[in-house]
Design a protein around this ligand. Structure first.
Ligand SMILES: [Fe+2]
Length: 355
């Protein structure tokens, strides 16, 4: 057995450390924070020409990231209204790889167990339609853990392009492989090996409808045993971003099978059988060295976002990747973030004149 084959058979969690940052944030809080304590957070502050709205717009435009602090807000509906100063058209979450429950309106719960490590990613990079930004609303923070990390996209793009890994990604693109289970095969069961049912992902009980919806998203669909829905999607690893007139790194290892290394119920499976997996666009696997480099190139430019109750963050999905380490709750602790996505856009992929 070659080393490459071997790495595809065993979880690599212990072997591939992920730090999320260097210990010092790449961006200083002063760059992206807006202190809301001088504002009364009234309806007037929600108007597009208000001082707060303009400060938010300017910060977001400059950095691609804005975090409202000291809002005094606790109601997700109200928090969403402030997010919507930037998020003009929030979207319904459909066809996503991970299950999310609706909190209210288009605010969703984070569709991942807290204990799972969420590697850096650009939201919905594995689809033909992605989202230009993502917003988090902090409802219940933890005192000293539970931070979200964001990684600077310009810096990570430049860094990866300077490596053979980046050049390979540029030349080959990537393929996203997904296996969605059939809910009817798991009625009343714990769901061992289950991540997301196609019924939940596509909002239908009808496999033909699920397939049609998947195909609209550009996925190639095959059905396996027990109505296992297997999809493949080939896409460039970079995405052209008009606002900066350049290609940005858009693929990440959150879509690789190693995402499930710390995930209950599926962490025992070999990569190829896990619910999500990512290969190069010629279906070849990343080597272990390439996986580690890919992790490091995001970690190197990480910024730590600590949460306080009422915080509203809006993150440009081109200019930043986001992720977090696994979280273990202490007794009586909760951590609750709402998530809002928008606006949706058709991926154009990389432009060869824009490196
Ligand atoms: Fe995410």
């Amino acid at each position: 057995m070659t080393l490459l084959e071997h790495t595809n058979l065993a979880p690599l969690s212990d072997q591939l450390p992920q730090r999320f940052w260097t210990g010092t944030s790449f961006h200083a809080p002063a760059d992206y924070e807006v202190d809301c304590s001088p504002f009364d957070m009234s309806d007037a502050d929600l108007q597009p020409d208000s001082e707060l709205a303009q400060l938010m717009q300017r910060t977001y435009g400059d950095v691609g990231l804005v975090v409202l602090r000291n809002t005094g807000l606790t109601n997700p509906t109200r928090m969403r209204e402030f997010a919507q100063i930037i998020v003009r058209q929030d979207m319904t979450y459909e066809g996503g790889a991970n299950p999310r429950n609706r909190m209210e309106g288009n605010v969703y719960e984070i569709g991942a167990p807290l204990v799972a490590r969420l590697p850096y990613h650009h939201e919905m990079a594995y689809l033909g339609k992605s989202t230009s930004l993502i917003s988090f609303l902090c409802l219940d923070p933890l005192s000293d853990t539970g931070a979200t990390f964001v990684s600077d996209g310009v810096a990570s793009t430049d860094a990866i392009l300077a490596t053979p890994l980046g050049q390979k990604l540029k030349d080959l693109g990537v393929c996203y492989h997904r296996s969605l289970t059939d809910a009817e095969n798991f009625i009343g069961e714990v769901g061992y090996g289950v991540y997301n049912h196609w019924q939940k992902s596509f909002g239908t009980e009808d496999p033909a409808v699920a397939q049609a919806k998947a195909e609209v998203l550009g996925l190639i669909v095959e059905w396996g045993e027990n109505r296992l829905m297997q999809t493949r999607y080939y896409n460039p690893a970079f995405e052209y971003f008009a606002a900066l007139d350049r290609n940005m790194l858009y693929a990440s290892l959150a879509d690789h099978g190693l995402w499930f290394d710390t995930w209950p119920l599926v962490q025992h499976l070999p990569f190829r059988d896990r619910p999500l997996h990512m290969t190069y666009g010629d279906d070849s696997e990343f080597t272990r060295n390439e996986l580690q480099q890919f992790i490091d190139v995001y970690d190197e430019f990480g910024t730590k976002l600590d949460w306080e109750r009422g915080d509203v963050a809006v993150i440009c999905n081109y200019r930043f990747a986001h992720g977090r380490p696994g979280i273990v709750l202490g007794e009586g602790e909760t951590r609750k973030l709402g998530v809002l996505l928008g606006e949706q856009f058709e991926r154009v992929g990389q432009r060869n004149d824009k490196w």
